[in-house]
Design a protein around this ligand. Structure first.
Ligand SMILES: Cc1ncc(COP(=O)(O)O)c(C=O)c1O
Length: 501
């Protein structure tokens, strides 16, 4: 594992406030990034190739720039960004950790990257071996029987899992209507339940931040298809009564779905299958390399216990004799992604698993938990924990004391952290915590970086006492100052300025 540089992760020198001209503003008619050589293939009118109904009436305006200007433009823009490669990104629940560069090298290997997904199995045995070996390792980590590697992200895995749940119950002639979700759950959980055709029943957390077992028993019944849980939960706390929860849900014929977004907290220590879960999704882009977010591809494989294997999406790469082949399970729910999922993300994950080995993966979890607990204790005097007990890989803290004393809220603290050269933690999530600031330092940060973050928060607390108004205006040193976040969501402008030449 590579630690980020010690001390303040300052990106400030790169972050001027001057407006960067757009590519359209530096466009010069006739300028090209590259020229194709002249060809002796006779040109055919476009209307012969594309039906007239599908042709645009006027050419789409594109910026005309040289390759030099284009590269300078995107390089300048990249220097105005904050990224996992630049500094600490403690965005709780999202696991924005530094990703080792060897995974990039594997994914860029032309032997993997240039293979066409429709190439027959006989010509792509190496790729099939990668998929089979990854599936086997993911099953070993989760304690499951088999997995689909197709889903493109965590949320896509959730929907796949709910469709599997439905297929299982329907195959038994059992029509069920509700899925239970705790009130601390990630927003994708209820969305997936609704997309999967079920109704959400919310179960409250108790004063320890865990599923209230008695309340759960109260909402269980023969119409419950299952429960979706993440363990550790989205407060960063381990559900200590998971065995009792599993027994209660199984008792009414329901299934347990494990939202594996927080799998990095328990890797190699405990397995969802041993806790009683039937279906598990994993966010490979959180736990096993591949940066999360930024619009890049992810992967959300779904692993299942033996009684659900027949319903998995297909085709799956399987062992056949001494080689590998494609096979679709007997009662498959069908495809959930074109071809074989985001294959290069899958290759990255296998590379990450191989390089760390079983012991290394366990250390990933141990260090992630250690870092979060260190931070929780170090910040306790300023930002008390929502629940005063050991956390797992993330800690949910409260800015309530700063709000009560100076009117400085969680949002102000998060924005001021940007001025300090750190990415903000997750704010106001989970919804059940007042003035929540959720920090997930991840295992990749060094003690020096954690201490630098703590000192930055101490400086912010001092500013809260001396200049609370200034904190309401933070950040002032970043390319974009405080934005009206509600307005951005309500008045979405998704296109470039069409009036530009
Ligand atoms: C607990 C939890 N569940 C599900 C998801 C959804 O994962 P994805 O963003 O890959 O769709 C996330 C994402 O951060 C999460 O934190």
């Amino acid at each position: 594992m590579t630690a980020s540089p010690a001390g303040r992760a300052s990106s400030a020198p790169l972050m001027g406030r001057e407006a960067e001209p757009t590519l359209f503003e530096i466009s010069v008619p006739g300028r090209r990034a590259y020229q194709l050589r002249t060809t002796d293939v006779p040109a055919r009118p476009l209307t012969e190739l594309v039906p007239a109904a599908h042709l645009a009436e006027a050419p789409v305006p594109i910026a005309e720039v040289s390759e030099r200007d284009l590269v300078a433009h995107v390089t300048r823009l990249s220097h105005r960004q904050f990224s996992v490669d630049l500094g600490m990104y403690p965005l709780g629940s999202c696991t924005m950790k530094y990703n080792p560069k060897f995974c990039d090298a594997v994914a860029a290997d032309p032997g993997l990257a240039s293979v066409h997904p429709a190439a027959p199995a006989a010509l792509t045995q190496g790729w099939l071996q990668i998929l089979v070996e990854l599936e086997e390792r993911l099953c070993a980590v989760t304690g499951m029987a088999a997995a689909t590697l197709q889903p493109a992200a965590g949320a896509a895995g959730e929907l796949t899992g709910l469709l599997l749940m439905r297929a299982y119950h329907e195959s038994r002639g059992d029509v069920r209507r509700r899925v239970i979700i705790p009130d601390s759950a990630h927003g994708t959980n209820p969305a997936s339940v609704t997309l999967g055709g079920y109704e959400v029943t919310t179960v409250p957390s108790n004063d320890r931040g865990l599923v209230d077992l008695e309340a759960l028993r109260g909402v269980l019944g023969p119409d419950v298809a299952g429960i979706m849980l993440t363990n550790p939960n989205t407060l960063g706390l381990f559900e200590e009564e998971i065995v009792e929860i599993a027994a209660a849900v199984h008792e009414v014929g329901g299934l347990l779905y494990y939202d594996g977004a927080n799998l990095n907290a328990i890797l190699g220590v405990v397995r969802p299958g041993d806790m009683g879960f039937d279906i598990v999704h994993m966010n490979l882009h959180k736990t096993f390399a591949t940066p999360h977010g930024g619009g890049g591809p992810g992967a959300g494989p779904v692993a299942v216990a033996a009684h659900l294997v027949d319903f998995l999406p297909g085709p799956r790469a399987v062992r056949e004799g001494a080689g590998y082949a494609w096979a679709t399970p007997a009662r498959s729910i069908g495809r959930v992604h074109g071809w074989h999922g985001n294959a290069l993300v899958l290759a990255r994950a296998l590379a990450y698993i191989h390089v760390h080995g079983a012991e290394g993966l366990t250390r990933v979890a141990q260090h992630a938990v250690l870092n979060a607990n260190w931070l929780r204790r170090r910040l306790a005097a300023i930002l008390p924990a929502a629940h005063d007990r050991a956390c797992m890989h993330e800690c949910t803290l409260r800015a309530t004391p700063l709000k009560d004393a100076y009117g400085v809220r969680a949002l102000d603290v998060a924005k001021a952290l940007l001025e300090e050269g750190f990415h903000a933690p997750t704010v106001y999530f989970p919804l059940i915590v007042d003035e929540a600031l959720m920090f997930e330092p991840t295992e990749t940060e060094s003690p020096q970086t954690l201490e630098a973050l703590a000192q930055a928060i101490e400086r912010i607390a001092e500013r809260a006492a001396s200049d609370p108004e200034g904190l309401h205006r933070a950040p002032q040193t970043t390319p974009v100052a405080r934005v009206d976040e509600a307005r951005a969501a309500r008045h979405l402008v998704a296109t470039a300025d069409a009036a530009r030449p």
